[in-house]
Design a binder for this molecule. Structure first.
Ligand code: NAP
Length: 360
């Protein structure tokens, strides 16, 4: 695979820092541009970052890179890179406009932001599940009037355990109703224990906007391309409660599911054991070798013990058992800032490169 020059828009933020560490030694991607708000523009990366919150040090070769202005340097950035990763803290309309400007400057955008998740010709890809949604990109390019430029987004972090677990079951047995409670880490709010002391010895039963995303976004992932749009699926029917818990990284989900045709426990375990998606087929550099991992022990998976499985890119599942109201219940775990944020976006970018969407 040839090397691609990439930019990080929002490089100083929490997700931006994660991109910087994931891209430091990436076999295909070479970081040539860093951008953030006008507050950071003109400064060296090491001076612009208020607090480096990654476990590994700031990549040496990025320390002295000069931060560009994410909004006023678009043409310049587009000339320096093959595509950009974007994770910025701005309002939804501003993000929508910003990402379209990059796309229209013929610079594809791989986005962590939620702003375009429900734009009907913007693919929202989880590479193991709906890699085929990339086929909507020519229609989006037609609307934008671009040759190369487009926007692709990754789904919300909250659903990255239960949607992968249910997706292959739906194909075989038709998942009808799903009730899920998520127990979400504080890094999902861009926080650490230092910056979020209220969460210590506490549980907060509200995460703004998260329940809507957890119920609605799965239907786009299950959707189908029809003409120039991706049409959302009408089932399964999801209901969700999302709760913030005192955990640094890793979102746990407790799931109850009802099927059209109830499978046996062995059938479910067999599907999970053997499931592989397009990311595994293409052997993408960030793809976990084994995507869905079932733990037999009653007290597994645990957030602290299992979140880093396969560099935080694999899904852990456990406690599958029959339920008296639904057909089955189980728990699942995913790393929210790796699989659920920057890692998922890097994997999606690898997919788009491997499928030729980033070619010049
Ligand atoms: N944290 C997570 O786990 C997570 C997961 C999934 C998705 N996301 C999404 O990713 C995005 C970033 O989240 P985050 O946690 O990394 O936020 P963050 O730590 O607050 O970082 C925000 C970034 O946006 C930049 N920014 C702010 N205002 C800007 C402007 N007017 N123009 C250009 N850049 C601007 C900041 O630059 P300065 O440093 O110069 O201010 C910084 O680089 C958000 O949309 C969030 O919803 C976060």
């Amino acid at each position: 695979m040839k090397k691609f020059n990439v930019g990080i828009i929002g490089a100083t933020g929490m997700v931006g820092q994660r991109f910087a560490t994931l891209l430091e030694n990436h076999p295909w991607f070479n970081v040539t541009a860093l951008a953030a708000s006008p507050r950071s523009a003109g400064k060296k990366y090491q001076d612009a970052v208020k607090k480096w919150v990654m476990a590994t040090p700031m990549p040496e070769k990025m320390k002295d890179m000069i931060i560009l202005d994410a909004t006023s340097d678009i043409e310049k950035i587009a000339g320096m890179v093959d595509f950009v990763f974007c994770a910025v803290d701005m309002n939804k309309d501003e993000i929508k406009a910003l990402e379209e400007k990059y796309a229209k400057a013929e610079c594809p955008v791989v986005s962590n932001n939620s702003a375009h998740r429900h734009t009907p010709d913007v693919p929202m890809i989880l590479p193991e599940l709906n890699a085929d949604h990339a086929k909507i990109i020519p229609a989006q390019r037609k609307r934008l009037g671009t040759k190369r430029g487009f926007i692709a987004v990754k789904p919300n972090c909250s659903l990255q355990g239960y949607v992968p677990a249910l997706f292959p079951l739906h194909k075989e047995f038709g998942v009808k109703d799903v009730l899920v409670c998520t127990y979400q880490a504080i890094s999902g709010a861009g926080k650490t224990f230092e910056t979020f002391p209220e969460i210590i010895d506490n549980v907060i039963p509200y995460i703004g906007g998260e329940e809507e995303k957890s119920e609605k976004e799965p239907l786009k992932i299950w959707g189908k391309i029809n003409g120039d749009v991706i049409e959302d699926a009408t089932s399964p029917n999801f209901t969700a409660q999302c709760i913030r818990v005192p955990v640094s990284d890793g979102h746990m989900g407790a799931v109850f599911a009802r099927f059209e045709k109830k499978p046996t426990k062995e059938q479910i375990l067999n599907i999970w054991k053997n499931y592989a998606g397009r990311a595994q087929e293409l052997e993408l550099p960030s793809a976990p070798k084994h995507f869905l991992n079932y733990f037999e022990e009653d007290n597994m998976p645990q957030t602290k013990l299992n979140r880093n499985l396969e560099n935080g890119m694999a899904i852990s599942i456990g406690r599958l058992r029959e339920d008296s109201q639904y057909d089955y219940k189980f728990v699942c775990l995913s790393h929210n800032t790796l699989r659920g944020a920057a890692g998922g976006a890097v994997l999606m970018a690898e997919l788009l490169c491997a499928e030729g969407y980033m070619d010049r």
